[in-house]
Design a protein around this ligand. Sequence first.
Ligand SMILES: NC(=O)c1ccc[n+]([C@@H]2O[C@H](COP(=O)([O-])OP(=O)(O)OC[C@H]3O[C@@H](n4cnc5c(N)ncnc54)[C@H](OP(=O)(O)O)[C@@H]3O)[C@@H](O)[C@H]2O)c1
Length: 344
Amino acid sequence: MEYCKLGKTDISVSSIGVGTMLWLPNRNLSKDDLFKTYQKCIDNGLDFFDTAEIYGNGTSEKLLGEFMKKDGRKVKIATKFAPPSRMNPLTQKRKNVSKEDPAALMEALDGSLERLGVDCIDLYQVHMPPRNGRISEYMDVMAQAVKEGKVRAVGVCNFSKVQIEEAYKALKNHNIPLATVMAGYNVIRRYPESNGIMDVCRELGITLIPYAPLAEGTLTGKYRSGDRKVPLQYIVTSYFGHLDLTKERNDNVPFIRRLFSKPREVDVKRMEPLMAVMDEIAKCHDKSIAQVALNWLLSADDIHILPIPGIKSIKQADDNAGVAGWRLSKEERIRINHIEEQTR
Ligand SMILES: NC(=O)c1ccc[n+]([C@@H]2O[C@H](COP(=O)([O-])OP(=O)(O)OC[C@H]3O[C@@H](n4cnc5c(N)ncnc54)[C@H](OP(=O)(O)O)[C@@H]3O)[C@@H](O)[C@H]2O)c1
């Protein structure tokens, strides 16, 4: 495994993380199997786990807490505070403070610490831009949490360039670096390259954590044969992303065209030329398509990128650990980028 630092902090984590958004035991995914997956991740050197208070309304955090205690080995945890937000209309209820008050962050943090069974969170992130716009005040509360020893590093998710700059400045007043920015970024979702997110991360020395680095599984090639259907839930979420209600994409496609077209990521035929090229490159390295998709992120120039693929099985824990220790060549990246641009 390779290890890296979170932004300008001295917190060292594996260069591939583990997304636990779907660590919600059900009929097809038992708690026991998830524990085995957790242990396999650590065996393979993957020691950075991403969760959030809203994943299964605390279930993912509770499960991680239970696993950490049972396994006993030290891991690094990233979790997230959910402010009132346009992206998530179902705002979390708070007991002691109004949910609109930035002090709600401290109450949420205490809840996360309790569910995780730890005294300190390695990376605490604001999950979405607060609808009340009080970014600086949330960062003041974050700084307070760092001073109290409850948080080691601070991050934000789904923020625009301007919002990231505001958070950075507010933390700087407390001599705390903004360590990470989380944004949707993968081979077929490349908006951070043009909407200023990657520029600001480069300029300020912030680690970019791409979520859905495998485009929720599309970039593993699993839908290519037609045997597996794209899940309805993914079709719906992709369609809403495709409508670009949050103006993240900024790629000048008229709204009316978006409304009546299919999102590319769920259009298996349209994706095939890209999949074929990634497959060919994967074979040259004796790797899987998923490993190529994740390595494409690791091998980006001049910027630190830390992907956190969702891992649900021992096999995926092995496969995703195999993304470290090698890099795609510049020519291979250019080839992937070129064919991706042609499928737009
Ligand atoms: N901050 C935010 O707003 C935000 C939003 C979304 C996600 N996230 C974070 O990002 C993490 C990752 O995103 P995600 O889970 O939505 O999407 P993802 O990482 O793009 O895709 C994960 C899915 O890909 C499949 N997979 C993973 N590794 C594989 C491998 N090596 N080979 C084949 N298939 C593989 C698994 O699906 P199957 O087992 O079903 O095939 C898995 O559930 C989340 O867990 C969460 O921590 C954050």
